[in-house]
Design a protein around this ligand. Structure first.
Ligand code: NAD
Length: 250
């Protein structure tokens, strides 16, 4: 049975990696997918990879508040509701605290954390209109356990984790039917991480940290996101799913 039949699902960072794998999975499960990304060219290629009709692309920088307001108006006019919001867009730039400039810090916080706040703020009325809205926020194992030279990324992803819990509790208190959960991947092979995994020394260090002994696939994260987006997780809110080959179990 299709787990997202008839649902409208918005995925940010949909043009690549985990966001693209999630969009494909959602489409196969019957959802109409709104693919959001700032990369116009990659977005068109991603849309072409989706087999069914009805899906739409939106070129948007997820840190752009006015863009979110305009998108909320567009979804309200077109669909009148939103069933699933996946706040996936993000990136990390790693370096010591001493070497990180304030501008670099702010850009990591903006893309990974401000974006989740903006999307939640402007999509919440549409998710409430669904009656069973589901928010899935992309954190990381770096939102749970720290590591050297990842200060801004850890701060952003830890912020996503706690913002998700606050969102879940606020929605439960209002009783608007919206659930919010976070997802925490470990080392996953995507265009974002390709440079690290092609460097043998870095890849060896990372793998030493993974009990299952391999790097994860984007599809393996999409499976977790699908669970959190579907009714299978209907009694879950403010929770988190860690998909990391056992890295944080040690
Ligand atoms: P990716 O680079 O393959 O895809 C990210 C997509 O987000 C790209 O298409 C990019 O254009 C888009 N994007 C980036 N900034 C944007 C912005 N400001 N506005 C709109 N779109 C923007 O990366 P990925 O590995 O698939 O990562 C997806 C998410 O998963 C990120 O939030 C990342 O931090 C998180 N994550 C990844 C891993 C991993 O190992 N790959 C592990 C933990 C968490």
């Amino acid at each position: 049975m299709s787990r997202l039949q008839g649902r409208i699902a918005l995925v940010t960072g949909a043009a690549s990696g985990i966001g693209l794998a999630t969009s494909l999975r959602f489409a196969r499960e019957g959802a109409t997918v709104l693919l959001v990304d700032r990369n116009d060219v990659a977005l068109r290629a991603a849309r072409a990879a989706l087999p069914e009709d009805g899906h739409e692309t939106v070129v948007l920088d997820v840190t752009d508040e006015k863009g979110w307001i305009a998108l909320a108006e567009r979804i309200a006019a077109r669909f009148g509701k939103l069933d699933v919001l996946v706040n996936n867009a993000g990136f990390g730039k790693f370096g010591s605290i001493a070497d990180t400039t304030l501008d670099q810090w702010r850009s990591i916080i903006a893309v990974n954390l401000d974006s989740v706040f903006l999307a939640t703020k402007y999509m919440l009325p549409l998710l409430a209109a669904s009656g069973r809205g589901a928010i899935v926020n992309m954190s990381s194992i770096r939102g749970i356990v720290g590591a050297p030279n990842t200060g801004s990324y850890c701060a952003a992803k830890g912020g996503v984790r706690m913002f998700t819990k606050a969102t879940a509790l606020e929605c439960a208190a209002i009783g608007n039917g919206v659930r919010a959960n976070s997802i925490h991947p470990g080392h996953i092979a995507t265009p974002l991480t390709a440079p690290a995994y092609t460097d043998r020394e870095i890849a060896r260090t990372l793998l030493a940290d993974v009990p299952l002994g391999r790097i994860g696939e984007a599809d393996e994260i999409a499976d977790g996101i699908l669970f959190l987006a579907s009714d299978e997780s209907r009694y879950m809110t403010g929770g988190e799913i860690v998909i990391d080959g056992g890295s944080t179990a040690q």
